[in-house]
Design a protein around this ligand. Structure first.
Ligand SMILES: N[C@@H](CCC(=O)N[C@@H](CS)C(=O)NCC(=O)O)C(=O)O
Length: 212
């Protein structure tokens, strides 16, 4: 029987999409990526896409005959249904460490720099000042937490959901917000190392863009 490939609705530059793309890659799940342009044509705002994700944001994943939204709900579903390789540490303390880092990115940085916020600011300068402030503050928090939790990866020596959140957010911080991450040595070390790993090389926004 032919296998149904998962469908990932995503945008090449979207950090939340990259989290899911990386999880699919690590777990070896075949999928097709369909681009939703959230920058030039605002395809996320169409009624057609609203039927897929009521929040009118990417990503959304169609898998196992269900449509899932919210990147962390999606990756948790993948963890629950395809547990190998595990992207969550085994012990409660390390799980908590991972979730601390995930929350800093998912709740404390990403929503406060999302491009969807721009229309709510009177000027681009005000939007930029706001997004850079919260991104930089989040990076400082990550640095402090990572100094306690990191080994080869964000939490010890196992790649986890924290790494899947860190890389796309730091990529945005450097590329979109032109922030200097050299003042965050642990963030910088992990980011450079992770960018050289197969999973992040093959799911990198530039690679996705080149295939569009
Ligand atoms: N909490 C959501 C956030 C989704 C989100 O903000 N996606 C951004 C791209 S990373 C988006 O679609 N922005 C377009 C908009 O807000 O109009 C998740 O983790 O999936």
């Amino acid at each position: 029987m032919a296998e149904n490939r998962a469908i990932l609705y995503a945008f090449w530059l979207s950090s939340c999409s990259w989290r899911v793309r990386a999880a699919l890659h690590l777990k070896g799940i075949p999928y097709e990526e369909r681009s939703i342009d959230i920058v030039k044509t605002n395809q996320q705002q169409t009624e057609q896409f609203r039927a897929i994700n009521p929040a009118q944001k990417v990503p959304a994943l169609v898998i196992d005959n269900v449509t899932l939204v919210e990147s962390m709900a999606i990756v948790q579903y993948l963890e629950d249904t395809r547990p190998e390789p595990a992207l969550t540490p085994k012990t409660p303390v390390l799980r908590a460490r991972m979730r601390e880092l995930v929350e800093v990115v998912v709740s404390g940085i990403q929503p406060l720099q999302n491009n969807g916020l721009q229309s709510q600011f009177p000027t681009t300068e005000q939007y930029t000042k706001f997004t850079r402030y919260w991104t930089d503050r989040g990076l400082q928090t990550l640095e402090d937490l990572l100094q306690k939790s990191a080994g080869e990866y964000c939490v010890g020596d196992q790649i986890t959901l924290a790494d899947l959140c860190l890389v796309p957010q730091v990529y945005n911080a450097v590329g979109r917000h032109a922030l200097d991450i050299s003042k965050y040595p642990t963030v910088s070390r992990l980011y450079e190392k992770l960018l050289n790993e197969k999973v992040f090389k093959e799911t990198h926004p530039k690679v996705i863009k080149s295939k569009m």
